[in-house]
Structures are given as C-alpha cells and as structure tokens.
Design a protein. Structure first.
Length: 119
C-alpha cells in the first residue's frame, strides 16, 4: 500500500515558477503510474499530468501543456511537477496519486498541497 505526501506548494506571482513534489513510501513505487490532479474552490478535481512507471511516457492536460513538466525519480520514490509561467487559474490544491496501468486507475492519493497564484 502506497502512502503519498506532497510538498512544495505556496504563494507565487503570476508568471512565476513553483515545483511541487510527492514522496511515496514503500518499495513498489516504480510499479505505479503517478498522476497529478488539482481542485480549485468550487470546481471539480481535474487531471493535470501523469507519468508512467519508467518515466518514458508523460501526458498533460491541454491547459498546462508547455508550462508544466512532470518527472519522477524512482531511486528517491519521488515525483515532481515543475510549474512555470503560472497563471491565476492554476490556483488550486494539487494532489498526487498512484495507480496501475497507463492510463491508470488511481487507488492512492496524497493529502494535497495548496498552490496560490496572485495576479
């Protein structure tokens, strides 16, 4: 069973950058597709990005393509989301998730980290 802990959220001005991380427990991290989702106040949770087990396949939501970079380090049991050129509409709680397959059915979720972009 995987446990996921996000970190790195915060307050940033529009146009700035932020990197959020997700640390996973257990020795089976490399089995899982790792995804990022976000939920803004009053909105449904939405998909942001996902990276497959090896890191060789990555997909992004159209809204973040070209601005966000998803990566993973299996030796560190960590997945990263580098966010550049942030916009006010990126403000949300960001969650990482783990699941099998690609695309994955996500079975494990972190507690989330707040990202706030001021305009």
């Amino acid at each position: 069973q995987a446990q996921l802990v996000e970190s790195g959220g915060g307050l940033v001005q529009a146009g700035g950058s932020l990197r959020v991380s997700c640390q996973a427990s257990g020795r089976t991290f490399s089995w899982y597709t790792m995804g990022w989702f976000r939920q803004a106040p009053g909105k449904e949770r939405e998909f942001v990005a996902a990276v497959n087990r090896s890191g060789g396949s990555i997909v992004y939501a159209d809204s973040v393509k070209g601005r966000f970079t998803n990566s993973r380090d299996n030796a560190k049991n960590t997945v990263y989301l580098q966010m550049n050129n942030l916009k006010s509409e990126d403000t949300a709680v960001y969650y990482c998730a783990a699941g099998l397959g690609f695309p994955a059915k996500y079975d494990y979720w972190g507690q989330g980290t707040q990202v706030t972009v001021s305009s």
